[in-house]
Design a protein around this ligand. Sequence first.
Ligand code: BEZ
Length: 249
Amino acid sequence: MTTNQTWNPEAYARNAGFVAQLGEPLIDLLAPQPGERVLDLGCGDGVLTEKLATAGCIVVGVDGSPEQIAAARAKGLDARVADGHNLPFDGEFDAVFSNAALHWMREPDRVIAAVARALKPGGRFVGEMGGAGNIASVWAALVDTLARRGIDAAAFNPWYFPTAEEYHARLEAGGFVVKSITLFPRPTTLPGDISGWLETFGGTFLSPMDAATRAQIIDELRETLRPALLTPEGVWVVDYVRLRFSASR
Ligand code: BEZ
């Protein structure tokens, strides 16, 4: 499957700055120690990578998006374009950290194997991603809206949202000992309108369309989602569900 998802660092910072902010508790779970070598897998524009560096870690950030990597490098970080399914590291890191990125990687066993390879023996893998039921209302609206145009959204689904049981089993099969793994709802308040969220995260579905169709679809999605996700105070709250885990090799 190919995805048309691309990232614009300015739009990402505007529409999705909350992603890094809400990922901060994951740094506590990692408990980074000064001098540790840490890989930030799916580092995006490097906001959390920078926090790990400030904690005294020697951090390398990797991301599939050249635009996001350029934004991370502009912060002075060691950031490189790489595919999480095929990481170019062997026994180098004390820990691999990943916030809100693993759900974009559709072959989890390859990712887990690449992480295991990148770690030193005893190294930790601490991550958070979308879990089973994540953005269920947005997904249902996408499926319906695209079906009305004869498009099967499932055929283009760029996301992987596992249950805790499934991911636990995959981690164990990949040679990890799981210390904790939890699936929990995290209703997420958007900084602006749902249309900004859809434009930022729905590129796989929307970017192949011409501008007029894209605008029409976003309008339709907005109207479908309004009763479930727009509060009486005029704030959009999306039904995120997170899967958070800590494991070691
Ligand atoms: C997430 O962080 O869970 C997510 C973000 C964008 C699209 C899908 C999921």
